[in-house]
Ligand binder design. Structure first.
Ligand SMILES: O=P(O)(O)OC[C@H]1O[C@H](OP(=O)(O)OP(=O)(O)O)[C@H](O)[C@@H]1O
Ligand SMILES: Nc1nc2[nH]cnc2c(=O)[nH]1
Ligand SMILES: [Mg+2]
Length: 175
């Protein structure tokens, strides 16, 4: 049939799936906190929304940090990456705590993929420490601390985006 092939989403292009349960995510965030405890103390945590909110809450709890700010960035519309849009910047109060360059601040996100989101936030806070739970090779050089590396052709499914559902058996007719 004539016509263009439908554009593949980032998730379809990735091919491999890496589903993460709440338990696993919590364990990985605790492991991240252990590593960050060697680096801190931090004056404040800056969560890159929305995915960074969940690890930021866990890490802030473990490290005893009570000042939490957000930088709100939209890039993936479901699973296609578009232009980055900063919907809310870092607050004046958090900027002040980081001396204008982010020194002593901890940026937290769930993952780096292409690194575009992380690069943008690093430009806002060049002296901050940037931590993610997961990292793909393209974004990895931007991150100071992370827990698990997954291949570039893997799509990570977070527990807040998924639900338990029926899975058919491997062998046809075995159901
Ligand atoms: O390294 P990159 O290729 O820039 O991708 C990484 C970003 O993509 C996801 O956020 P998304 O834009 O999907 O928004 P969300 O956090 O609101 O889900 C993820 O939470 C990271 O912030
Ligand atoms: N959930 C999810 N969001 C992403 N945004 C960019 N890469 C990913 C990924 O692997 N999983
Ligand atoms: Mg995000």
């Amino acid at each position: 049939m004539a016509g263009e092939a439908p554009e593949l989403s980032a998730q379809e292009r990735a091919g491999k799936a890496f589903p993460v349960s709440w338990d696993q995510f919590h364990r990985d965030c605790r492991a991240l906190s252990w590593r960050l405890n060697e680096v801190g103390p931090f004056h404040a945590v800056i969560a890159i929304t929305r995915g960074g909110l969940v690890p930021a809450a866990i890490v802030a709890r473990e490290l005893g940090v009570r000042v939490i700010d957000t930088v709100c960035i939209a890039s993936y519309d479901h699973n296609k990456q578009g232009d980055l849009q900063v919907l809310k910047g870092i607050s004046e109060a958090a900027m002040k705590l980081g001396g204008g360059t982010g020194k002593g601040l901890l940026i937290v996100d769930d993952l780096v993929d292409t690194g575009k989101t992380g690069k943008l936030v690093r430009e806002m806070l060049p002296d901050a420490h940037f931590a993610t739970v997961y990292a793909k090779p393209m974004g990895r050089p931007l991150v100071d601390t992370f827990i698990t590396e997954v291949s570039q052709d893997t799509w990570i499914f977070f527990p807040w985006d998924t639900a338990l559902s029926y899975h058919p058996p491997l062998r046809d007719g075995a159901a």
